[in-house]
Design a protein around this ligand. Sequence first.
Ligand code: MN
Length: 418
Amino acid sequence: MAEETLVRNYNIESGLGESLPKKILFWDETMRDGEQTPGVYFSPEEKLRIATTLSEMGVDIMDVGIPVVSKEEARGVKLVANAGLDASILAACRAVRRDVEACIECDVDEVSIFIACSDLHLKYKLNMTREQVLDAAVRECEYAKAHGVGVTFVTEDTFRADFDYVVQLYNAAIDAGATRAVFSDTVGYTTPAMMKWFIGKLKGKLKPVQLSVHCHDDFGLAVANSLAALEAGVEVPHTCVNGLGERSGNAAFEELVMALEVLYGRKTGIDVSRMAEVSKLVEQLSGIPIAINKAIVGYNSFSHESGIHADGVIKMTSTYEPMQPERIGRERRFILGKHTGSTAVEDKLRRHGVHATPEQVKVIVAMVKDLAESRSKEEQAAFIRMYREREEKRRGVSDAEFWSLVRKAGLTPPPGFR
Ligand code: MN
């Protein structure tokens, strides 16, 4: 295509992208960390729908839940584990015996055993010493391995922990049977340069193990940090569809995959034509609306209003679009408004078989601008109000419901909730 020779990609031309590992394995967290998004709950059958779609798209590994959480959670994990999907099905557990047993009872292919490793978490959360944490990790990795499941060892808060202790802990877990190591940026504390530095330093010190990262988006850097980890040789990035997850979420699946496909020119092996479909499915089942300006899957990702941009896109889409929306199962939209120019109006008239002179087009453009600028803000204020109110209602159990449960337990709720 002529257009391609006009677009330079220095990431590819300079060879910067070649440092990525040959095979990147996508580890989905939508059904575990994604489900830990405040107020989100997936039924076992819903998890199966998400898992089936992602597996068909080519996702390699899926963390589908923490079986010890509830009977229904265990049923969900078991349902997905026994569905015969191509993806490897994994369940998560603390380094606690009954948690590990609960995973094994769900027929999963792999378990991921997690424990905190920063001194902050050890002191205030676990109330354990470094030695106690190491002992628990070794004990449970050995136990899981002896039961014939794949063993991944995960530390929480890896990037705020003592580096030498991180090395010691992982090497002990590897000796105990872990074949994959996950480093978690639990509160999104890392930057791309720091990620490269940390992973580079770790690689020289760890016994042979597959490397994986779990990045959070507290500073909007989850995808950038995941890419930096891949450039440093990590093979298994964790992602969530629509960037779901605790607080501001995890690295977004659609963003990481499309960055690799488009910006690095990589064939990821993911069927990206179903990206919009899986995003909408997760939006529906999670109840978390996709932000309008969200990368890749947001309403505005392929919408154009400004006259200069619409004109460019109508002449050649790649002028103001980094990729074709059709590639991920979407369509482009032209929005008529204050910034509209004559090309967009002409184009719209022409596509609907209406012929207009340049003078007539000019008149219509002026009227479009006037109308857009004179609109009252009442409607949009009402929309935001409704959205906020619905957000409050959607989140978990309401205050009124909570205090009525408290009353049921025989206690007296505070004044105002009686
Ligand atoms: Mn997490």
